[in-house]
Design a protein around this ligand. Structure first.
Ligand code: ATP
Ligand code: MG
Length: 302
């Protein structure tokens, strides 16, 4: 387990005005960690990840049996920050039946014919399941805020996309999340905070390594040109929507091993803190089991 004081560094306190510059993109080795050295810290992160994967697999079974809560994991990030790899590694031990991943791209014509939360509502995890949103309704206050012209084709009865418009969207998101939490969904939101320079390095890797070529998209490069606008949009969104019921975590994303260990740790400790239990066996159920046992032993062959 990662110490609470370290995890606290990644948590966005409700009501706080976020400045992303205050959050590390790399896992800075300060204090006790610096004494250990990078090699040891990396090894320990691997152990933390492995321990959490085992625990997460067990926790997911219990979540399913308990059948009262669902977990919604929201992943947001700039391109190449490692959303896909995080999902792959963190969920690698979980029973695929208990886990649903949805990746959100540009909305369809049918999506646009509804309110902006509609398409996400249809993908919410069922009770007992873990749902992962690879991008989410936050895109509607991120990419759409950076490119407000996207709204021109959405036929909203709004004249101006000014400050009020975005405030209303944050309010709607907070209310939507509050509604979900009150109905048994635990919401964990992660912003994978990659640096501008590390993104450049990863884009170059996509160009240089043949097995990564397919991941390169010139659209990603175009979006990189809007980096500062994205950072502003993220700061506004994180400040307005980190709530008591659905807090944001800003995770250093320059070292993939650190990102995965931290995300896994936060998810497992959130599930661990729920009062999950296996359903009690009722007297009637016990009687039926006894009857079944009798029938099966009576018909024993040989
Ligand atoms: P990968 O590149 O790893 O496959 P990705 O999430 O970047 O994953 P892409 O198909 O490259 O997937 O990009 C999806 C695009 O859809 C992103 O540019 C994103 O900003 C855009 N998008 C997602 N949601 C919305 C939305 N609500 N409105 C407009 N654009 C959106
Ligand atoms: Mg992409």
């Amino acid at each position: 387990m990662i110490q609470q004081e370290i995890l606290d560094r990644f948590h966005v306190p409700p009501g706080k005005k976020v400045r992303l510059k205050d959050y590390e993109t790399g896992w800075e080795l300060t204090g006790k960690l610096a004494e250990l050295g990078r090699g040891v810290v990396r090894q320990r992160a691997q152990v933390v990840l492995e321990e959490n994967l085992k625990e997460l697999a067990d926790a997911q079974e219990l979540l399913y049996a308990d059948d009262r809560y669902s977990i919604l994991i929201v992943l947001q990030a700039m391109d190449a920050a490692g959303k896909d790899g995080t999902i792959k590694h963190v969920m690698s031990g979980v029973n695929p039946q208990g886990c649903q991943v949805f990746s959100f791209k540009k909305p369809s014509a049918e999506d646009i014919d509804h309110n902006f939360l509609w398409r996400y509502m249809r993908c919410l995890p069922e009770r007992g399941r873990i749902g992962i949103f690879n991008r989410s309704y936050y895109e509607d206050v991120l990419v759409v805020k950076v490119h407000p012209e996207i709204l021109d084709s959405q036929r909203l009865p709004v004249k101006k996309y000014g400050k009020k418009f975005w405030e209303h969207r944050y309010e709607d998101i907070n209310a939507f999340e509050h509604h979900l939490v009150r109905n048994g969904t635990v919401i964990l939101k992660f912003f994978l905070n990659v640096s501008h320079d590390e993104q450049r390095r990863r884009f170059l890797e996509r160009l240089e390594r043949p097995e990564k070529n397919w991941k390169f998209s010139s659209a990603d490069l175009a979006e990189r040109g809007y980096w500062d606008q994205y950072m502003d949009a993220y700061e506004d969104a994180l400040s307005a929507t980190s709530t008591k019921w659905a807090p944001w975590h800003v995770i250093p994303a320059d070292q993939k091993w650190a990102t995965r260990a931290i995300v896994a740790d936060i998810i497992t400790s959130a599930i661990r803190s729920l009062d999950l239990k296996y359903p009690e066996v009722t007297d009637e159920h016990r009687r039926l089991m006894e009857e079944a046992r009798r029938k099966l032993t009576e018909t024993q062959e040989g």
